[in-house]
Ligand binder design. Structure first.
Ligand SMILES: O=C(O)[C@@H](O)C(=O)COP(=O)(O)O
Ligand SMILES: [Zn+2]
Length: 213
């Protein structure tokens, strides 16, 4: 009991610290984005709806039972179902991060993307942190169909890009999810910088070798 209580306190603080960090570095704006973490007893903590990730209060995070029922805290993010769908399909996931990071959102609104894998393997680090990035068709934020569409991809992909919206990334830990979301954002930025330039991404063979490590 004492252990889970100290874990809860730590995770509440970590969610707020990650929220502050991404907000302060301009990786999400206003009250956009949401973050969740799953604890060792299967319960989940999520950021409340309409909360700025820059000024989260650890005591006000929304708490869910392992079955996905809201327990207490402020009214949860409208994407709570989407986060729960990620956890259902990814038993090892300990955290999910969704941001409105500018370059990722810009790419999510581009025409003629490959819906199976939006970004080319520009660097080894991107392939290792993110891997293949499917595009989820557009649905309004909070729409249960958006969560269902993410659920369909979640078993085989820990990172997805919501069309005209932004990235959703799961990780074994909160840091894993944060770092992968940041890597996705930087690669989206590189991808946009390289538009109009002849580009030499990693070969399929080189990328596959990294995916298998
Ligand atoms: O884009 C949206 O509206 C949501 O996906 C979002 O980023 C913020 O919604 P809340 O977490 O409900 O504040
Ligand atoms: Zn959003």
């Amino acid at each position: 009991m004492t252990n889970i209580l100290s874990e809860v306190t730590k995770v509440r603080d970590r969610i707020c610290a990650v929220g502050r960090s991404v907000f302060d570095r301009g990786l999400t704006f206003g009250s956009t984005g949401n973050i969740s973490a799953r604890l060792s007893d299967g319960s989940m903590l999520m950021t409340p709806t309409n909360a700025s990730l820059g000024t989260l209060d650890p005591a006000k995070l929304s708490r869910f039972s392992p079955e996905g029922n809201f327990i207490d805290g402020d009214k949860p993010t409208k994407e709570s179902f989407l986060h729960i769908c990620m956890y259902c399909k990814r038993p090892s996931a300990g955290a999910v991060v969704h941001l409105h990071s500018t370059h990722s959102v810009a790419v999510s609104a581009m025409a003629d993307l490959d819906p199976a894998d939006v970004l080319p393997p520009l660097t080894a680090y991107y392939v290792m942190r993110v891997g293949r990035l499917p595009l989820i068709p557009y649905f309004a934020p909070g729409d249960v169909q958006l969560a269902r569409a993410v659920e369909e991809k979640a078993e085989s992909h820990h990172a997805v890009l919501l069309a005209n919206h932004g990235p959703v990334v799961a990780g074994n830990t909160l840091e894993d999810a944060q770092y992968a979301t940041e890597e996705l954002e930087e690669t989206a930025r590189l991808f946009l910088l390289l538009q109009g330039h002849r580009t030499r991404p990693l070969t399929e063979e080189q990328a596959d070798a990294l995916r298998q490590r």
